[in-house]
Structures are given as C-alpha cells and as structure tokens.
Design a binder for this molecule. Structure first.
Ligand code: G2H
Length: 256
C-alpha cells in the first residue's frame, strides 16, 4: 500500500489571524522539503484565519496544506452565520473537517447532515475529513466497531466508490477526548481496520486500500510513532498538540 501519511492539525476555536500567521511560519521553518514530501502536513484553522494562512502558504510557497473545520451543506443562500464549500475552495482550501464529535454534540449534527456535508465538500473539490467515534457508554458495551461502521455508512450514503477514495476518515473515540483516558494503539487499530474492512465490503478492496484512515484523540509527539505503527492507521487528527509549532512539527517528523 502506498497511502501517504497525513498529519492534520485541528486548531478548533483557537488563535487569531496574527497568531495563525506566526504558527504557520514557525511550522514551515521546522520542517524540510523531504519531511513535507514524506508526510502530508495540514492545518485546520478557524474560518477567520483562513485568508491569512492562504497568504502565508502562497507567499512563501510553503508545502503545507490547509482547510476548514466545517462547511454548510448548501452552496450559497440565506443561511446566516454559515460558510459554504465554494467560499472555502476559493480560499485554496484542500480539506474540510466534517462531523467532528464537538459538532455532533454541540450543534446536534446527525448522520444525514454529515452525509450532506461530505457531498458538499466533494462537489467543491475539498477532501472531507470525516470524523466518527463512539462515546463511553458504547465502548463499555464493546459496541465501538458497530457504532463507527453505522456512522460511516450514514456519512457515505449515496457516494460512488470513486468519490469514497477521496474521503479521509478520522476515528476519534469520544471517551478519549479530554477525559484523561487514552486509547491504546490497539484500540485505534481495531476500529481503523474495521473501517477499511467495511469500505471493502460496501465498495471494493481497491477503494478500501486507497482510503486514508486517521486516528484522533490526545495524539502527541511522544505517542504518535506507536499509533502510526498500526497497519490501518494512516495519520492523525491532532487537536491540542497542533497549537505548538515544535510539537506538531515533531509529530509530522514521526518517521525519524
Ligand atoms: C480530538 C482531537 C482532534 P485532541 O478532538 O480533533 O483533539 O488531540 O486535543 O484530543
């Protein structure tokens, strides 16, 4: 398999545009061309920082990708406060997070809305980083594989195999976010492997082999190598640790 590792820094609701510029510049200065070729490095700032990140990346031809943390399922119109796919594409975004557990929890996003957002992303040439993951109750009943495959089915509904190859899936066990409980590399592999298998069953082996599956939840420089050693983990969605340039650069340098 030739899936290129992807490290995506989800800044969440942090950093103004001045801080964003500094972080991107520092990150680029900490990684050389080979490192940025071997591993794809992407930042996911708040909407208000995207123009600044675009200017920094374009101005210095940085080998850093960027994208947004959400998008509207609609292309334009009377949707006060929302941001549409064409707006993100115009800003040079390559990626957009869809269905993060914080959106599902605080904004009541369900599988049907997540499905519409995945389609909207693809329609605008954006790579959706589709987040799935189970809560503590499901984990305690050992229902994680079933739960995550259900979320996956719901989010990919109606897509062709060709479209699915363009989706990045991120497995983020909700019980491992901000609880002090950490998922083991084996926990990550169990669900990431099941996701790939599910895609093989629904579509085909070739499609499943192309899809990148990330792990997310308290990933840091000190634990990234063990997670990346798992056969079905192709990268990480990194929250807190992506706000520190040196720490995130170390994560992107995990092969060393
Ligand atoms: C999970 C993750 C990134 P963190 O939400 O999306 O955040 O690395 O801070 O646990």
């Amino acid at each position: 398999t030739t899936r290129r590792p992807l490290m995506a820094g989800n800044w969440k609701m942090n950093l103004n545009h001045l801080e964003a510029n500094l972080l991107v510049q520092k990150l680029a200065a900490s990684l050389n061309e080979k490192q940025l070729t071997d591993v794809e490095c992407v930042v996911l700032p708040p909407f208000t920082d995207l123009r600044t990140v675009q200017t920094a990346v374009d101005g210095d031809k940085l080998l850093i990708g960027y994208g947004a943390q959400d998008l509207s399922p609609h292309p334009s119109g009377a949707y006060t406060g929302d941001i549409a796919g064409p707006m993100l594409a115009k800003l040079g975004c390559g990626y957009v997070v869809v269905g993060h557990s914080e959106r599902r929890q605080y904004h009541h996003e369900d599988d049907a809305l997540v499905n519409a957002k995945v389609s909207a992303a693809l329609a605008n040439g954006l790579t959706p980083i589709l987040c799935i993951g189970e809560g503590l109750e499901v984990r305690e009943q050992s229902g994680q594989v079933r739960h995550c495959c259900d979320q996956l089915d719901g989010a990919l509904k109606g897509l062709t195999a060709e479209q699915v190859t363009k989706v990045v899936v991120a497995y983020e066990p909700v019980w491992a976010i901000g609880t002090g409980k950490t998922a083991t590399p084996e926990d990550a592999q169990e669900v990431c492997g099941a996701v790939r298998q599910r895609i093989a069953e629904t579509y085909d082996e070739n499609t499943a082999e192309q899809v990148r599956v990330l792990y997310g939840g308290s990933v840091k420089a000190s634990n990234v190598a063990a997670i990346m050693a798992q056969p079905d983990v192709d990268g990480a969605l990194v929250g807190g640790a992506s706000l520190d340039a040196e720490e995130f650069a170390k994560i992107c340098r995990f092969p060393e």
